[in-house]
Design a protein around this ligand. Structure first.
Ligand code: GDP
Length: 304
């Protein structure tokens, strides 16, 4: 909760400022008020459709409760946002899934710079401190420096990293990593992959090949394919997610750099438009700044 409060500070401040301005401009809840509210929500990156949905729901609520003054509305807004999150589609499972028996494999995908390597490093630290035996696979053999960066995290976390030379076949790195995972009886293998979205066909082939290599030894793996998205890129993150989801089946989203954006509303857009559960959020650069995603805490942290 403290992490959420700190990490969402920017989003909350901006939203708070805007809402105060809105209340200063309007004394009564009329159409112009709702217009401005919609605009504000869209600016917070909740997405156009979601913004309309929220303001429609609010209109109804205002009618139902016979609210006339804007200051009575603010509580209704927050509650409505939490409700809308919960109501959007099927019940969401925000937890990470582990193998019931034998090793678990998580595959990390996403474009360069989204925070994949950092997320792998942070998660390794967390799993390690929970007493799990962790292994890392440096399968991003494409981005310059990605292998070294993962090796640094490995040193810091004291977790072995399976790697080969830059430019080598990612699937062969993954093959070695799976062998090592089984031989060392590790609990979790985290695979950092390259994210070349500009060439969808190649990316699709590469990811399929990686999956095949994993499934040869571990038929039920990977237990998660986690798409890492940079929250500061706003609506871009959303279209990236759509493209990745067409390339490979994504089981969950890691939303990073929420501490660096005033547009935390992107979470509501993901919920409403993608129906892929957010499972982890990055709220800073420290090792323990990777948090499980809890929708209620998040929305309250964003708008309270
Ligand atoms: P990759 O190319 O997807 O592997 O991206 P990196 O893991 O190298 O991350 C790119 C940059 O984002 C690095 O400078 C990270 O320190 C930074 N970063 C990653 N996650 C977070 C986060 O949650 N908050 C902040 N403030 N920075 C982050």
């Amino acid at each position: 909760t403290e992490k959420y409060d700190a990490g969402l500070k920017k989003s909350r401040q901006t939203f708070g400022e805007k809402i105060n301005a809105l209340f200063a401009n309007f004394r009564t809840v009329d159409e112009a008020f709702f217009d401005d509210l919609e605009e504000m929500l869209i600016e917070s990156d909740v997405g156009y459709e979601t913004a309309l949905k929220i303001s429609d729901a609010l209109r109804e609520e205002v009618k139902l409760k016979n609210v006339k003054r804007t200051d009575e509305v603010s509580q209704v807004i927050v509650q409505k946002l939490v409700d809308i999150y919960g109501e959007a589609g099927e019940k969401e499972d925000n937890t990470l899934h582990y193998a019931e028996e034998g090793p678990t494999v998580f595959l990390f995908v996403g474009v360069n710079g989204a925070g994949k390597t950092t997320t792998v490093g942070k998660l390794a630290h967390r799993l390690q401190s929970q007493g799990k035996k962790v292994l890392l696979a440096a399968a991003d053999t494409f981005r310059a420096g990605a292998i070294e960066q993962l090796q640094e995290w490995g040193k810091r976390d004291q977790v072995p990293v399976i790697a080969s030379a830059a430019g080598s076949d990612p699937a062969s790195v993954v093959y070695d990593a799976v062998e090592a995972t089984i031989a060392q009886q590790a609990d979790v293998l985290l695979v950092d992959t390259a994210g070349r979205l500009q060439n969808k066909v190649n990316l699709m082939k590469e990811l399929e090949k990686i999956k095949r290599v994993i499934q040869k030894e571990l038929p039920n793996a990977p237990q998660e394919v986690l798409l890492v998205l940079d929250a500061t890129t706003g609506q871009n993150a959303l279209s990236q997610a759509k493209q990745f989801n067409e390339t490979t089946q994504v089981s969950g989203i890691v939303l990073t750099k929420l501490d660096g954006t005033a547009k935390g509303g992107i979470v509501l857009a993901i919920r409403n438009e993608l129906h892929i559960p957010v499972k982890l959020v990055g709220l800073g650069e420290q090792m323990d700044d990777l948090q499980d995603f809890k929708p209620d805490e998040f929305v309250y942290g964003l708008f309270k």
